[in-house]
Design a protein around this ligand. Structure first.
Ligand code: ADP
Length: 248
């Protein structure tokens, strides 16, 4: 299976805080990987490096073999991203907003227009296409952001705690949409979250804690490694447990 994301020995420091310390991880095509970490683990910092917003102090990030630092245009061309902070223009209609982003990607309208209409149908948003962004529910706004991230048919989708602020039903729905997009298009997904239930559906879980990778494997293997029945108990033992040990 080909790697769509490869991150090797990535480190990043803010003053005295070592936010990431030699983090290595890989996402293969068609694979859903959950990046699970408590607040402060370094998830946001990692996403900033994976999207080329900041450069690591050391280490490298490659998207489909294109180095994010040396060849950012090629690396970003394969990347779709939904950031934690909502970023939908509330004063544009959904369709206008999507067409604008398709133009930004340089997609000819003969390609983008039918693609947008098909995705609107597929996401159950066709009836809202003429509405202003501000008229949509929080869950549907996020779905539009997901749709927007898929417009240029990326091979890697990064979701940075994208369900923050959503009600439980909308959270489940967004996760479901991402799982389906992964299946239909065989894209690799890195889904960052601090919510264990969202990691349950992933094929692989990477636990990030205090800037280092503490576990990388299937949810079942994480439970087995920690001798716990549930993923939540295993995750808490792996992350919270150490806090108690240090305090002792
Ligand atoms: P997460 O997204 O998992 O909550 P972050 O990447 O936001 O984690 O933070 C990792 C660590 O780096 C934390 O200790 C945080 O306080 C610190 N940090 C993050 N961003 C900055 C910044 N811009 N300046 C200083 N420290 C930061």
């Amino acid at each position: 299976m080909a790697a769509v994301l490869s991150c090797r020995d990535v480190s990043k420091r803010y003053g005295r805080t070592q936010a990431l310390d030699k983090v290595s991880l890989q996402v293969d095509e068609g694979e859903m990987v959950a990046l699970l970490g408590p607040n402060g683990a370094g998830k946001t910092t990692l996403f900033q490096l994976l999207t080329g917003l900041f450069v690591p102090d050391s280490g490298s990030v490659e998207v489909l073999g294109a180095d994010m630092r040396r060849n950012p245009v090629a690396a970003l061309a394969h990347l779709g991203v939904v950031f934690q902070q909502p970023a939908l223009d509330l004063n544009l209609t959904v369709r206008r907003s999507l067409r604008f982003h398709a133009d930004l990607h340089g997609l000819p309208s003969s390609v983008s227009r039918p693609r947008i209409e098909a995705l609107l149908q597929r996401f159950g948003l066709a009836a809202s296409a003429g509405e202003l962004g501000r008229k949509l529910s929080g869950g549907n706004r996020r779905k539009v952001e997901l749709l927007r991230a898929l417009l240029h048919e990326p091979r890697l989708l990064l979701m940075d705690e994208a369900t923050v602020g959503l009600d439980p039903a909308s959270r489940v729905q967004l996760l479901q949409e991402v799982l389906q997009a992964r299946e239909e298009r065989s894209i690799g997904v890195l889904w960052a979250t601090h919510l264990v239930d969202e990691a349950q559906r992933a094929q692989r879980v990477i636990v990030l804690h205090k800037g280092t990778v503490r576990f990388d494997g299937t949810p079942q293997a994480l439970c087995a490694a920690q001798g716990q029945e549930t993923l939540e108990a295993a995750f808490l033992q792996l992350t919270g447990g150490e806090r108690h040990a240090k305090a002792a």
